[in-house]
Design a protein around this ligand. Structure first.
Ligand code: NAP
Length: 350
């Protein structure tokens, strides 16, 4: 297969850098253009960006000039990855879709538009069927798909097999989120060191709504949200990468921690999501150790694409409690977006 030409919007930020790292040597995708804000336009990438990943910036990428966020400046591009802030994404992403490009977005701007798929391939690959409807309604030859908020990605992957096997009724989710989730340079060290920040604006609302949408059913050209309720509390903690989420779940059917563990470790996701270049062999890694998962030890499981789950035990208020770790800029952002694009290439949408 000829590799698809890719542009990254917001290439200089925390998620943009992760895209560059993950796309280096990708078998299906090739980075052909980089774009960012007016502040960066015209500069070579190496100068425009403060590279903060431990791997080397690829030489050829470092030399690429930053382009403006305008589709007419990015000719010959098949696929656009967006790592823009939501307000910029709201204006910019439709112009690329209208110009015929596929846009795979990390931003929240279109996550709740009823004709825009919010996708995690293993969870709801069938929601991609919203794409033709979106193109018809908006008169676009391209389209937008989104991936969920980084925390929701971990929650939805852990909840999907439990919902399928036992039915979900209610979920309490308390997150301890890494500082890279706030972008670069993000939260000041004065605020973050020796501290826990108990407010991440907008985060709890996203977690509460996105999980229900992801586990919802695609029927008659729309997604019917799942019925369970989710109550979220989001905190920022002094961890560099990897969000930890403590879940308490109330189920429709009785399940022991052992039964839940078996279901979680047996989860493979829908078949369309298996065998793609970025698919981990198993979406979930169930930790047998009593004190895992931990972000420093488990965020890189499966190259950052596996979500780690552990401490599955009885809950005296609900039914079960468990702990989830997700790499926020890999599975929860750039890696999730790349996996979405691989699914869409495999399914013939791109
Ligand atoms: P970031 O580090 O602040 O990077 C933002 C990027 O967008 C930079 O390339 C910046 O370019 C560009 N940009 C900023 N303001 C702009 C404007 N007004 N117009 C056009 N471009 C602008 O943010 P991030 O953490 O990478 O997040 C990017 C997106 O992904 C956000 O929507 C975020 O919510 C989402 N997301 C992030 C994570 C995570 O873990 N960080 C996870 C999931 C989703 P310049 O360098 O030129 O300013």
């Amino acid at each position: 297969m000829k590799r698809k030409s890719v542009a990254i919007l917001g290439a200089t930020g925390a998620v943009g850098q992760r895209f560059i790292q993950l796309l280096d040597g990708h078998p299906w995708l090739e980075v052909a253009a980089l774009a960012a804000s007016e502040r960066s336009v015209g500069k070579p990438y190496r100068e425009a960006c403060t590279w903060r990943l431990p791997t080397m910036l690829p030489e050829s990428i470092g030399r690429m000039p930053i382009q403006p966020l305008r589709p007419e400046k990015l000719q010959g591009i098949d696929l656009v990855f967006s790592a823009l802030p939501a307000d910029a994404a709201l204006d910019v992403e439709p112009t690329f879709a209208e110009a015929g490009m596929a846009v795979s977005s990390n931003a929240s701007a279109f996550r709740f538009a009823e004709d825009v798929p919010l996708l995690i391939p293993e969870v709801n690959a069938d929601h991609a069927a919203l794409i033709p409807l979106q193109q018809r309604r908006r008169h676009w030859s391209g389209f937008i798909v989104t991936n969920p908020n980084c925390t929701t990605t971990g929650i939805a992957l852990a909840l999907k097999p439990l919902d399928d096997a036992f039915g979900l009724e209610a979920v309490m989710a308390t997150s301890m989120q890494a500082i890279s989730g706030a972008g670069y340079p993000g939260v000041s060290s004065f605020d973050m060191l020796d501290n826990v920040l108990c407010l991440i604006p907008g985060e709890e609302e996203k977690m509460q709504q996105e999980a229900r949408l992801l586990l919802g059913k695609f029927e008659r050209e729309r997604v019917e949200e799942a019925r369970f309720v989710l109550s979220a509390q989001a905190n920022r903690v002094p961890v560099l990468d990897g969000h930890t989420i403590c879940l308490s779940v109330k189920l429709n059917a009785t399940a022991s921690p052992q039964q839940a563990g078996t279901v979680l470790s047996g989860f493979r996701g829908v078949s369309a999501a298996q065998g793609l270049p970025s698919s981990p062999p198993r979406p979930l890694a169930v930790c047998p150790e009593a004190d895992r998962p931990q972000p420093r030890l488990d965020r890189d499981a499966g190259g950052g694409m596996q979500v780690s789950v552990g401490r599955i035990r009885e809950c005296p208020i609900f039914d079960l409690k468990l702990v989830v770790v997700v790499h926020n800029t890999v599975r929860g952002a750039a890696g999730g977006s790349i996996l979405n694009s691989e699914l869409l290439i495999h399914e013939g949408y791109i």
